[in-house]
Design a protein around this ligand. Structure first.
Ligand SMILES: Nc1ncnc2c1ncn2[C@@H]1O[C@H](COP(=O)(O)OP(=O)(O)O)[C@@H](O)[C@H]1O
Ligand SMILES: [Mg+2]
Length: 335
């Protein structure tokens, strides 16, 4: 049984005069201890999908369809109100969010209260939910700081006395408080320099292996997940364009968007580069393009791509691509 299974998930935002079609027909599964890299340009629905899994969506979000199974149990269906919005107050979900599914929010390293010591803020967070003594909570914080590589004598510091990297480590410590089975990290290293990114990612990976936690790393930067993810889901304009084992997708992508995103990104072992930019911008999700949503920017696009939404093609190795010409694109021949 998969730890997490997302099935046919479609989520839209209601806005003045219409809808934002942010997440459409998303399917994927994650086993215990596995890491999924959720990648794609900005505005493609990655954060919405991540928040949807932990049911932390704003009030204008509507679940149009789909189920989310966590340890075999559908955690989404009982949360959806008649009008499609989420009941954000279900105690079961709050419990789950605290104990099982933990989030590292985008930009969270700046979320510490500047006038309180970092260690105390985590101690308090523990004590809000758990009946432990201050000392027990402090011991737990010391243990976690050791794990994420913050020297013990820094527990007493204020946030401004920390470097960006240390604040991010402290946020990771916060997410680890209860040994969650799943961590969803939204752009966890985006604000850091490349060296610090690598260091923190490799530490996350070490901790994750040690406690066999599953992880979803959301990023616009493919190089961030190249070495740490087992699986990859490439998202564009609300849809998963390609999904599979990261080695398979890197080696033999079957989707033009993935190929464009990886452009100039040689291989797993080779030198890493930032995403080569793809001409044009992702579309507005208020009026997404007809047919395949990538067709206006796709160099392989044909008439059918404008007219028909592609069917998902699954290859024998489990790799999936949402493209009318997935096989031809993978084979590298002319379409
Ligand atoms: N609360 C909201 N209300 C309306 N639209 C939203 C809301 N949050 C996000 N969106 C829109 O949903 C789309 C997907 O956004 P997001 O999930 O943040 O993308 P990503 O994380 O890939 O950059 C974007 O078009 C964004 O403007
Ligand atoms: Mg985002």
């Amino acid at each position: 049984m998969a730890l997490l299974e997302v099935k046919d998930l479609t989520m839209h935002f209601k806005v003045k005069g219409g809808w934002v079609y942010a997440v459409e027909d998303v399917n994927f599964a994650l086993e215990s201890g596995e890491t999924l890299g959720l990648v794609g340009e900005s505005g493609c629905g990655k954060t919405t999908l991540g928040y949807g899994i932990s049911q932390l969506l704003p009030d204008n979000a509507h679940i149009k369809s789909g189920q989310i199974f966590f340890k075999g149990q559908d955690i989404l269906t009982p949360s959806v109100k008649k009008n499609g919005t989420l009941n954000g107050y279900r105690p079961e979900i709050r419990e789950l969010r605290w104990k099982e599914i933990s989030m590292i929010f985008q930009g969270a390293m700046n979320a510490f209260n500047p006038v309180q010591r970092v260690g105390n803020q985590i101690v308090e967070a523990i004590r809000v939910h758990d009946k432990v003594t201050w000392q027990e909570a402090e011991d737990r914080v010391a243990e976690l700081f050791k794990l994420v590589g913050i020297p013990e004598d820094r527990i007493e510091n204020y946030p401004h006395e920390y470097s960006g990297g240390m604040r991010q480590r402290a946020m990771i410590a916060m997410a680890l408080v209860h040994n969650p089975s799943l961590i969803i990290a939204d752009e966890p290293t985006t604000a850091l320099d490349v060296i610090m990114q690598r260091r923190i990612l490799s530490e996350i990976e070490k901790i994750q292996k040690q406690f066999s936690m599953a992880m979803i790393i959301i990023t616009h930067d493919v190089s961030v997940v190249a070495n740490v993810a087992d699986k990859i889901a490439v998202m564009y304009a609300g849809r998963i364009m390609e999904y599979g084992n990261i080695k398979d997708v890197f080696k033999r992508s079957a989707n033009p968007y993935t190929k464009a995103l990886f452009g100039g990104f040689p291989n797993l072992k080779g030198e890493k580069k930032r995403i080569a930019s793809i001409p044009g911008n992702p579309p507005s999700l208020v009026e997404p393009p007809s047919g395949c949503r990538f067709h206006p920017r796709c160099k392989y696009a044909k008439e059918i791509c404008k007219k028909e939404k592609p069917k998902l093609i699954t290859f024998p190795n489990g790799q999936q691509s949402l493209c009318h010409f997935a096989r031809e694109v993978q084979a590298g021949g002319a379409v």
